[in-house]
Design a protein around this ligand. Sequence first.
Ligand code: EPU
Length: 340
Amino acid sequence: MIEIESNVNLKQLNTMALASIAEYYCAVHSVAELTEAIDFAQREALALHILGEGSNTLPVSHVSGLSCRVALKGIEIVQDSQDTVILRVASGENWHQLVAHTVNNRWWGIENLALIPGAVGAAPVQNIGAYGVEIADVLLAVEVFDLQTLTQRTLSKAECELSYRESTFKGNDRGRFVILQVLLELSKIAKPVLSYAGLSELAVLADREALSASRVAERVIELRSAKLPNPTELPNSGSYFKNPIVARSVADSLLENFPQAPHWVVGQEVKFAAAWLMDQCGFRGTELAGGFQPYHLQALVMTNPKGGSYRDLLRAETEVIRTVASRFGITLEREPQLLG
Ligand code: EPU
């Protein structure tokens, strides 16, 4: 029997440390327990909200319904061939520990994604990415519990509709699926992705075939630790806004006025660095409503050093969005997801 508690403070369950009261809360460790939670929600006519490690989730002040933390564990090899290995990883595993496990086994594919906070099940939701790699590069399929049909099913990678920080889990099918397992295909043959500035120095080792996945992960950990605050020390949810992607025509006129703006061509469109846009507006290290503060070393990371509330956060966010829009004509979009 699962334990369902009422009026639970979610402050410890979201890395932004927003104080939030969940009407009901439970943690589930198996599909059987998840089914129990679903039954309870249906019986009591409650909305069901799924939580992972809360590193990309912003709970509103009162979350009505049942907030359910999915804590399924297990890493399993489902196929082991000469060049590749296919892993089936439970959604409640910690993402960084998975990366550590894979690089220790000399498997390539997710070493650039070291130190990203959060649970494995959250990774496909926003198609996590860093240093030139995203989970879409290695994802084969996602096993889910479909709350519409109350059955388990497997979604192919195509069905997950992954794009930059987006997926069907955030989009058309928001709230429909509980992610249970993630299937990843990793390589036993060296496949370093070193295009990102801070990693290119490792190319010398790669040329000599003396580079390991764990060496790449170590460098990524150094880069991240130097610039990104540890959420256990300074509450934050990672990048607070997505890097905006605009049409070429919009980009061209922006670049006429701000030729130095960091940008990347993505197909027919152009992606700008939200951190740079915020920085130009003077937001880096500046205190906003409720003490919320874009981190002094990386403006895109909104931090919560003073225990600000959800309401304060919305005021801080609105100020950033308005200011950036009036200066650059670009509307930033929040990246973490609201709960409730
Ligand atoms: N920049 C500034 N001011 C700042 C910070 C950065 O002008 O305060 C400039 C940098 O000089 C650089 C550009 O902005 O030219 C981009 O900065 P950075 O390389 O730090 O990456 P980002 O675009 O801000 C993205 C991801 C991060 C990921 C890094 C590294 C998004 C929303 N964020 O950040 O992911 O770690 O690249 O690959 O795509 C996350 O999603 O939570 C996250 C941390």
